[in-house]
Design a protein around this ligand. Structure first.
Ligand SMILES: [Ca+2]
Length: 323
């Protein structure tokens, strides 16, 4: 039986790796992509939409419905074009087939989430690898809708490590902290993949070269290699990998949780979102003291088997490239 999935995404280099990994699992018959809902985040809503459409076309998934991101007016932090390129994919959009989906007529991402969850209550896993604006908008429009997901898996937060946009906050949460708070109060079993583990997930150009050997003539092989090289360059500049040549595939951790849970260790916790603090806005907090865990809302991954996680990612991307 395959997993029905909605991917909420703001591509983004690491989003693209999550989406390609998912495409391999679809090819293997393990997953079914019900819709992709794009979000404003790494770059603006129209650019993430176009980027996602191009990646879907590249994987011959242009029939998958694509939502346009709900625009959040109160953004206080810069987008992440400095890491991912102005097109969200290191300038490589020119090399891909044009977008097949039309932004002007596309459904809003929150409406698409509401529609799909109502049609398949309890069946769809919602994977959120972007700021949580779309999910929160869906919950505000249709209170209780997020409970109709089979499971919600989020890449976001930083608990025992520094943040990546401020000293204490991670991008997806800090971009729209109030939206994050809304989503975390929607149910008691949110799965969280924070920077604590994604900082260990360094994908290297060497891995991309190994993948390319499987089918060097395939357009996707070259795309994976070029994207890896671009992301590695910006990542080294911003010192995200302690000088190791590679880049962090944060968002891919969500796919690992769903299909290779043996690579992650999770802790039951009540995750709180700081929406006020002068210095800590967007921080994710759990109480680590030895008290009864009342009112828990999440499962948080704080340890990972990074070597095996990256190994299965590489092997699945190889499978995707097989003719
Ligand atoms: Ca993302």
């Amino acid at each position: 039986m395959s997993n029905k999935i909605i991917l909420d995404t703001d591509p983004g280099g690491d989003d693209i790796f999550a989406l390609l990994w998912l495409q391999s699992l679809i090819k293997q018959g393990c997953a079914e992509l019900v819709a992709v809902t794009t979000a404003q985040g790494n770059v603006d809503a129209k650019t993430t939409f176009t980027c996602a459409s191009q990646i879907l076309s590249l994987g011959k998934l242009e029939q998958v419905e694509l939502g346009r991101g709900v625009v959040f007016q109160g953004v206080e932090i810069a987008d992440a074009a400095y890491i991912h390129g102005v097109d969200g994919m290191g300038g490589l959009s020119q090399t891909l087939p044009p977008a097949k989906h039309d932004f002007s007529t596309a459904p809003a991402s929150d409406d698409l989430i509401i529609d799909k969850l109502n049609k398949h209550p309890g069946e769809i896993t919602l994977i959120a690898i972007a700021p949580l604006t779309n999910l929160a908008a869906a919950e505000i429009k249709s209170p209780g809708i997020l409970k109709k997901a089979k499971e919600i898996i989020i890449m976001g937060g930083a608990f025992q490590v520094p943040g990546n946009v401020t000293s204490h906050a991670e991008f997806n949460i800090a971009f729209n902290a109030k939206a994050a708070k809304k989503v975390f109060s929607s149910r008691n079993d949110i799965v969280v993949l924070p920077l604590d583990i994604t900082k260990q997930l360094i994908f290297t150009p060497y891995m991309a070269e190994e993948i390319k050997k499987i089918n060097p003539q395939n357009q996707l092989s070259e795309f994976i290699l070029k994207l890896s090289e671009f992301m590695t360059k910006t990542t080294l500049f911003y010192r995200e990998t302690s000088g190791i040549p590679g880049f962090l595939v944060h968002d891919a951790a969500t796919i690992a949780y769903l299909f290779y849970p043996e690579t992650l260790f999770l802790q039951r916790a009540k995750v709180e979102i700081e929406t006020q603090g002068n210095f800590s806005k967007g921080q994710t907090i759990v109480d680590g003291r030895h008290f009864a865990k009342t009112d828990v809302n999440s499962w948080v991954a704080l340890q990972a088997n990074a070597i095996n996680l990256l190994a299965v990612l590489v092997e699945d991307l190889k499978f995707l490239l097989l003719p």
